[in-house]
Design a protein around this ligand. Sequence first.
Ligand SMILES: Cc1cc2nc3c(=O)[nH]c(=O)nc-3n(C[C@H](O)[C@H](O)[C@H](O)COP(=O)(O)OP(=O)(O)OC[C@H]3O[C@@H](n4cnc5c(N)ncnc54)[C@H](O)[C@@H]3O)c2cc1C
Length: 344
Amino acid sequence: MTHRISLQPGGQSFPADADTTLLHAALDAGLMVPYGCRDGACGACKARVTQGSVDHGHAPFTTLPETEREAGMALMCCARAKTDLEMEVRDVRSIHDIPVRKLPCRVQSLDRLADDVMRLVLRLPPSENFSFLPGQYIDFLLPGGERRSFSVANTPNPDNQLELHVRLIPGGKFTPQVFTTMKPRDILRIEGPLGSFHLKDAPEPGVEHPLVLLAGGTGFAPLKAIIEDLIARGSQRDIALYWGARDRAGLYLHELASSWETALPGLRYIPVISDETAADWTGRRGLVHEAVMTDLPDLSHHQVYACGAPGMIEIAKKDFSERCQLPLTHFYADAFTFSADARN
Ligand SMILES: Cc1cc2nc3c(=O)[nH]c(=O)nc-3n(C[C@H](O)[C@H](O)[C@H](O)COP(=O)(O)OP(=O)(O)OC[C@H]3O[C@@H](n4cnc5c(N)ncnc54)[C@H](O)[C@@H]3O)c2cc1C
C-alpha cells in the first residue's frame, strides 16, 4: 500500500510504501530532508506529523521519548506511514543534482595527525564526477554488509580526492585496520555523499546570521570542509569556530585552524581543552559548549553548526536553546554515532 506524504512549509510531496521508511522514500523521490546517522541514534531527521499516523519502527526511546511521540514527533529514518501524512519538515532540498552512488576508491595516502587520528586521503576513479556539499559524509561498505561513516574534510576538487580524519576506536572493526594494515593503493568501496550537514542557504537574500561552528575531536573534519569552502568563496561572515578536545594533541590541526583567522577576516578560532591538568596549554579550558555560552550568552540571532560525539551535540542543543535563546531551527548537527549495521 502506498501513501502520500506532504511536507510543510515547502509544499513538496512524495509517495511512501508502508514497508519503506519515510527517509528512504523522501530520498528516493529526490528530496533531501535533514538527516544524519539513518539508524535512529542522532535525531537529525526528527519531524512533526501534523496529520495521519506512523509506525515508529525501531526508533529508540532515548532519541524519541514517549512525550515526543504523543506530541506527533517521528524519526523519519525509522518511521513508516500507516496513512497519508502531512508533516512539518524544514530545509528540504532537491538532490537530483547530487546523486548518491556506490563507488570503488583507492587509498592515496595515510598520515598520522595524532596518536589516535589518521588523515586518510582517498582517490576516486578519474572518470567519476563525484559531487558533494562541504560538510557531508561517506560510508565505507564493508564485507558482510556493514558500514562505517566518515565526514569529508575537504571541498570538491578536480583531483577527485576525499580527505577523512579517522579516530582510532580500539576493538573496532574498521578503524584499527586504518592504523595497521591499510596502505596506499588499497581499494575500498564507499557510498556517498550522505547527510544534510552543510551550510544552509540564507533565509532571505542579504540576511546572514553570525555562525557558531562547534567541533568536538574529529567533528572538526566537516567544519574544515565548510570553512575551506567559505574561504574559497571570499566570505565575509562573522564566524566563531570553537574546537574542543581532551588535550593539546587532540587539536590535531591547530596551526591550520589558527591560520584561518587570516584567511577569513570574519573568523575567530577558540580552541578549548577539557583536561584541567594539562601543563602544555595556556588557552581556554573546560567543556567546549560552555565556552560558547560564556562568550555568547545571547545566541538568539546566531546559527550553530555542531559536530562530534552525540553527548556533546545533545547537551549543546539543550543548553544553547534553554539558556542562550538559540532558536532550535538554527541548530544543525551531525552526531558521530557508532556503526549501524542494520541501516536500510
Ligand atoms: C554521520 C557520521 C559521520 C562520522 N564521521 C566521523 C569522522 O569524520 N571521523 C571519525 O573518527 N568518526 C566519525 N564517525 C564515527 C565513526 O563512524 C564510528 O566511530 C565508527 O563506528 C568506528 O568504526 P569501527 O569499526 O572502528 O568501530 P565499531 O566496530 O563501529 O565499534 C566498536 C565499539 O566501539 C564503540 N565505538 C565506535 N565508535 C566510537 C566512538 N566514536 N567513540 C566511542 N566509542 C565508539 C562501539 O559502540 C562499539 O562498541 C561518524 C559517524 C557518523 C554517524
